[in-house]
Every structure is written in C-alpha cells, then in structure tokens.
Design a protein around this ligand. Structure first.
Ligand code: PRX
Length: 641
C-alpha cells in the first residue's frame, strides 16, 4: 500500500501547504481519493463557524471499517493489524492479522445486532486495553452505532453522568482490567454506575481477570457466549461476512467526553468521513509511516490519542499498531524498552509525563536495550520541557530519530501542528509548523490578529479541517459557546502559543480554567465540584502548579467547616470523595485548608493570586486592594504547602 497523500520532502510540504491554503477543497478532495467510498461526495465542504456547521465530503457514503479492514484483506490479510502486549510480560502475546480482525469485528457487529443495537444507538465501552476493546469499537462503527469509550480510571459517578448525557442503551465492559500490579474491577464499577439508570438494556462482559462479578439476569451477557453464537451466523463455508452499514459522511462516528472550564464534561462528537480522512492523513505524514513499520502509541484507547493513533489512523493506513495493556513502570521502568526490542518497534509515540517519569528511574533501565529498530519518536498531550526532550533524543533515539512534538486536542480529532519526521525540522519544545490544511493564527484578547514573528497570543484556527469537532452531544449551543464564540468566525483552542522568527509554534499551555495533569485534561470547576461534595467543605478553589513529572499538579484551597481530628485524615476524606465523584485521576496533589478565599467585591475568586501562591511566588501578587478581605492573602501565604 502506498499513500497518495504522503508528503516526502520539505519542498513538497511547502507546495502542499500553499495548495491547501489557496484551494482547500481541491486539496482535501485529492487526499480523500486515497480512501474507499461507496459513493463519492457531491460537495467537498459546506461550513460556517457562526452556527457552527461543518460538513465535509457531503453526500458521500462509506463505512470506516471497510477502510480500516476490508480493503486491506486482499493484499495484506495475513499482515499483523494489531500486536497486543499483555500487562504481564510472561503471558502469551497476541498478534491479530487483518483477516482475524475482520472476523472478530464482523462477529462482534453481529453480537451487537443480536442484542438489539441499531445504527445511531449509543454504546458505552468501559474496558481495559485488550484486543476485544478494538473489536468493540470497530464493531460499533461497522453497524453505525455511536461508541463512547470511557477511560478505565473514571468512577461510577462519572460513568453514570456520561451514560445519562449520551442516553446510552448498551455497555461493553470487562470483568476486570490488569494495570501493573493492580486488578481493577471494571464490571463492579459499571454495576454501581447503573444503580438508578433507566436507559441501559444490555451489558456485554468480556472475561479478562475472572474476578467474581454479579451478572444480572436479562441485562448482562458474557462476551464469549455471544461471540460463539455469532460465529456461526457470520461464517458460511469458511467465508466471513457481516455487511457494513452504509454511513453518511457526516453521520456521527463517536462521542468522547472531555473536560472544559465548566463542571460538566462535554461529549465531543466526531463524524465518519472527515475523521477517517484526517486521522490517516496525519498519521502517515507526521510519523512518515512506511508499510511494514510497527507503530507503538502508548496511550489508552479511552483518550483521543488512542482512538486516532492506535486504532483509526493506523488501521485506515493498513499499518501494524501495538496495543499495550500495562503501564511503563511495571514490572520495572524498562518495560517500554523491552517491548521496543521484543517487537522491533519503529515508531514510539508517548507523553512527556511518561518520559519524565522514566527519566526519574535512571538510565539503568535503558541500558542493555538495543532500541535500534526505532526510526521516529513522538510526544503528545502537553508541552515537553527541554530536559525531557534531550533525554528522549539522546537515550532513546540515540540522536538519530526525529522527534515529532504533536499538538492537537480531543476536539481537533487529529494532529494539527507538528513537524513531520525527517521532512520538516524539529525544534525542541516547539510543535513547529501546521500540517497542510491547517491554518492557525494568534489573536489578542480582543480577537485582533497578532501578525508577524516572535509574538505570543491565543491560538485560533481560521478554516475547518476534516476532523474538527461537529457538536457537543445533545447541546449544540454549548459547542458554539465553547469554541466558536470567543472570537467570531474562528475556532478557539483554549491554548496560548508563541510564534518564533521562522513561524514555528510553541504551545505555552491553556489560557482557560483547564488543567493538564500528566497529559490528561481536568477542569478546575469539575474538581472543585467534586471537592465541594464533601459534607464538611464550605468552598474550594483549584489551580494548577508546575509539577516535575505530571507537568501540572492540582493544588486545592479548601474552606472546611470543622476539621475532625487530624487534618491529614480530613485530606484523605476529601481525596476519597474526589475519587468517588470523578476518579483517581482527579485527586489533588495538595490540599491547603484556608480561612477564606481571595474574592473581589463582586464575589469572583481571584485565581491569579492563588495560582501564584501555589507556584511559590509570594511577592508580586499584583494589586490586592480591590479584594473584599485583603488580609486573607497573608493567611493563605502562611499556610502554603
Ligand atoms: O493544552 C494542549 C495540550 O493538551 C490539550 C488537549 O488535551 P486533550 O484534548 O486531552 O488531548 C490530548 C491529546 C491530543 C491542548 O489544548 N497539548 C496537546 N498536545 C500538546 C499540548 N501542549 C503542548 N504541546 C503538545 N504537543
């Protein structure tokens, strides 16, 4: 397989960029020729950012699984599509060829059908990183059901909220999941999430850990039984078929919940055609994937990175993609390097937080590994600091692998700003240049464009690209308000950026109330809501502060009614509450009890002051005279943790 849309030189990049700007529709229709369509589009693009409305490849008919699986079968049926590395390195690995993937996805699509799932229904998937998760996701796509994958670290309450928001009727889960030395009882979390739920009709449970689970009659069924039954239905005379549902280009493909500046996570909706085209295009170009390469993205499929660069992008490109069930530090901090040598991985795509954490374990875990199969390294999710970049470059890439620093978001569906491995130059700590088809700009607070070089501003995008967010599920106005209203006729990313003398972008971080903890997004309001659920909490304010490994840590200032005994026990109670409401990923790193919060006379919390104190900056707090009670600032400073 070759990729008609692959850019192979810096000159081609320049040409493609120019073309994409002058004639975006011509540019994208050429890229889209590299895919299989049941029917081609009538119109490449119809859009306005004021509603917003974005329709790519309008009128086209397709099914993304025919692009990710069926069209590869003839020439690459026996080629590995997914290589799965279990949590326990002693356990057998699994290699899923394209033929096998086809069979399993057809079977699972049949299971869904047998259980009453129809096109457009919402299916929540809450599983560990096992190949069956890929079958579940793709099985949904095959019948046109909308999947909503929820990361295994979210609590029952978070799941319940997401089930309710999406009005989901079906769940696919596992009895449990292995992560390092822990077994996580996923099905039991689902059972808690379903207390009081009125919409879910069926729960399909895959056996992974064989931890005891309660199976409710009429509602819960075993994956294995269902798959066995479906096998006979999809297989005739040795041939497997399950006709893929014909989807409209703009039919929704999935919902993925992400945090914003309000307390409630948003269901970001991506559609079939645009998402498919953009993820494959960006995958091939950023990583410069060559047929035969083994691509290892270490993300979890519960996040957008896993959706786009473990599953859809690589599979649409007929690549071999790795799925790793475990964590980078178990059984020891050499796990990634073991995997790379074991499978001769060519592309490693991970997060700065993982790099920093592994750095902390010392080079002893890297030594003894060859790592000579590696050609390209990538990072995603948060800004990478110079020290981590150098460590990655020298010790993992041995100075000969280009590092792609890929900037993007759940809402963008795919990588928007990044160098292309070996094609356009890397610059440490910079995401560098936009991909052809992406038109970024910087604006000041009033929405005025900041032109020129060596300038900073808020990062916006001028023109839609195919995998732009279509809506927030069930609430289109929320989508408009969040992304398209701060600056008229622009998509606002929520990030700040600096542009250097050569036009390279360096992402400086969020400019809204969103934290980025270990590359995961958390809304400050969301964490505050969770803390405030604790019976003794009067009020709280949450800010981020620089954290050596996580990038940002969560610092909570809490007004507590009456601390029962030991302060530390009360802290534990609050952490427990946050774990229950959101999940362990949202636990504050520091909780400081305060007598009050710095508020303006109109009652607004002055977060700027709290942020500075959390960062350890005790002087230059700016003008505090407008505060209702300026004295409270000194009290907070005294109690700083
Ligand atoms: O602040 C940016 C940061 O992560 C945010 C998006 O988070 P999420 O939707 O969870 O997606 C993460 C994976 C795509 C962005 O608004 N971010 C992402 N990539 C980078 C980054 N910050 C700096 N450099 C990056 N390469």
């Amino acid at each position: 397989m070759s990729y008609p849309y692959q850019i192979k030189s810096a000159a081609q990049y320049q040409d493609a960029y120019k073309k994409s700007k002058e004639d975006p529709e011509g540019f994208w229709s050429e890229v889209a020729e590299g895919f299989y369509w049941r029917k081609k589009w009538d119109k490449v693009l119809d859009w306005n950012f004021s509603e917003p409305k974005t329709e790519w490849f309008k009128g086209a008919k397709l099914n993304i699984t025919e692009n990710c699986i069926d069209r590869h079968l003839e020439k690459m049926g026996d080629k590995p599509a997914i290589i799965w590395e279990p949590n326990n390195p002693e356990e057998r690995t699994r290699v899923v060829t394209y033929n096998r993937l086809h069979k399993r996805v057809c079977q699972f699509a049949q299971v869904l059908k047998n259980n009453g799932v129809k096109k457009g229904d919402r299916v929540c998937i809450y599983m560990g990183m096992v190949p069956e998760l890929a079958y579940a996701v793709l099985g949904c796509a095959r019948i046109g059901a909308i999947h909503s994958v929820i990361f295994g670290g979210f609590s029952a309450q978070s799941i319940a909220d997401r089930l309710y928001d999406a009005n989901a009727e079906f769940i696919v889960t596992c009895d449990g999941a292995y992560r390092g030395n822990k077994d996580i009882p996923l099905k039991s979390v689902i059972d808690d999430a379903l207390i009081g739920n009125r919409t879910v009709k069926k729960v399909i449970v895959y056996t992974r850990t064989r931890t005891p689970v309660s199976m409710i009659k009429g509602r819960d069924v075993w994956w294995e039984d269902e798959m066995e039954h479906a096998e006979h239905q999809v297989e005739q005379e040795g041939k497997v078929t399950f006709p893929a549902e014909e989807m409209d280009a703009e039919d929704p493909l999935f919902i993925l919940y992400t945090s914003g500046s309000t307390g409630k996570p948003k269901g970001v909706v991506h559609s079939c055609a645009g998402y498919m085209v953009y993820t494959a295009y960006s995958f091939v170009n950023v990583f410069q994937y060559e047929p035969g390469d083994i691509h290892f993205c270490t993300a979890d499929i519960g996040w957008i990175t896993g959706h786009s660069y473990i599953l859809y992008g690589p599979l649409a490109a007929g690549a071999t993609t790795m799925m790793f069930e475990g964590i980078p530090t178990w059984p020891d901090a050499g796990r990634f390097w073991d995997i790379i040598d074991k499978y001769k991985v060519n592309i490693l795509y991970t997060a700065p937080t993982a790099i920093r954490s592994l750095m902390g374990f010392g080079l002893g875990h890297v030594h003894g590994h060859k790592l000579d199969s590696l050609k390209v390294l990538g990072t995603v999710g948060e800004p990478i600091n110079q020290e981590a970049w150098n460590w990655y470059d020298e010790n993992i890439g041995k100075g000969k692998c280009p590092i792609v620093d890929t900037w993007w978001q759940t809402e963008t569906g795919g990588i928007l700003i990044s160098n292309m491995a070996g094609i356009t130059p890397a610059k440490a700590t910079y995401a560098t240049l936009p991909l052809p088809g992406v038109d970024p700009m910087l604006v000041d607070e009033n929405g005025k464009e900041i032109e020129g070089n060596n300038v900073s501003g808020n990062l916006c995008i001028r023109h839609p690209w195919p995998s732009i967010i279509r809506t927030t599920y069930g609430d289109h106005e929320r989508c408009r308000l969040n992304y398209f209203s701060a600056y008229p006729e622009l998509y606002f990313t929520g990030d700040g950026a600096y542009r250097d003398e050569e036009g390279n972008y360096r992402i400086t971080g969020r400019v809204d109330d969103v934290l980025n903890v270990s590359g995961h997004r958390l809304g400050t309001a969301e964490v505050e809501n969770a803390i405030n659920m604790h019976a003794g909490v009067v009020e709280s304010a949450v800010v981020g502060y620089p954290h050596d490994i996580k990038g940002q840590g969560v610092y909570a200032y809490v007004i507590f009614e009456h601390v029962h005994g030991d302060e530390n026990l009360t802290r534990q109670d609050i952490l427990q509450t946050v774990t229950r409401v959101i999940g362990p990923i949202a636990k504050p790193d520091k909780i400081q009890f305060v007598p009050g919060l710095p508020k303006t006379r109109s009652g607004k919390i002055m977060r700027r002051i709290l942020r500075k104190i959390a960062e350890g900056e005790m002087e230059n707090l700016g003008d505090t005279s407008t505060l209702l009670d300026p004295g409270v600032v000194d009290e907070i400073k005294k109690g700083k943790l």
